[in-house]
Design a protein around this ligand. Sequence first.
Ligand code: PCA
Length: 210
Amino acid sequence: MILLTGFEPFGGEHFNPSFAIARQAARILGGQGLQVRAAELPCVFATAPAVLDDLLEAHRPSVVISLGLAAGRTTMGLEKVAINHIDARIADNAGDQPIDRPVIIGAPAAYFSTLPLKAALQALREPAPGRDAIEVGISYSAGSFVCNQMFYSLMHRTTGVPGIHAGFIHVPWMDATHPGLEEMAKAVAAVALLALDNAAEPLLSAGTEY
Ligand code: PCA
């Protein structure tokens, strides 16, 4: 079973492309006969992890991909690292703005994604039947807001559990200069399939110098 999540709008916006992309990717995967569920998470520090827990409990997925909007970015970012730290620059949708707090007290400083990020990078840079090539990158910081909190909570619950791949992808706004909904949904569906297939990780540089 594949679980895809996106976030509700936040920061005064009326739309968040992350859930639209999750829903469209779920349609694509469902159309291929796979068991899949798309869910929208609240952009609220106090409730998002519990909503995630309920989804994990109810669906027992083998692949979980959470999506969130990274408004300043121009390409999709496959997040590598979730940190046990919250430092909110703006208030969440409940008006809460926690600063310098752990996501989970006493838990490890960080977790890595268990999605096959390099295999995804390599695959998505090439066109495939039914989809064009898309420029994506590996990101080494998911920020310190609700997306990182969610990503950290997801990895805290799933790391070391056999048979589950989980991780986070940040998406840009959709406009004329960025990839569109369908293109990004196809990319997310492709990453889910690679995770389901336990794709091996190629040795491929995607790092940055700073
Ligand atoms: N993006 C925010 C929170 C919800 C979302 O879609 C973030 O990157 O933390």
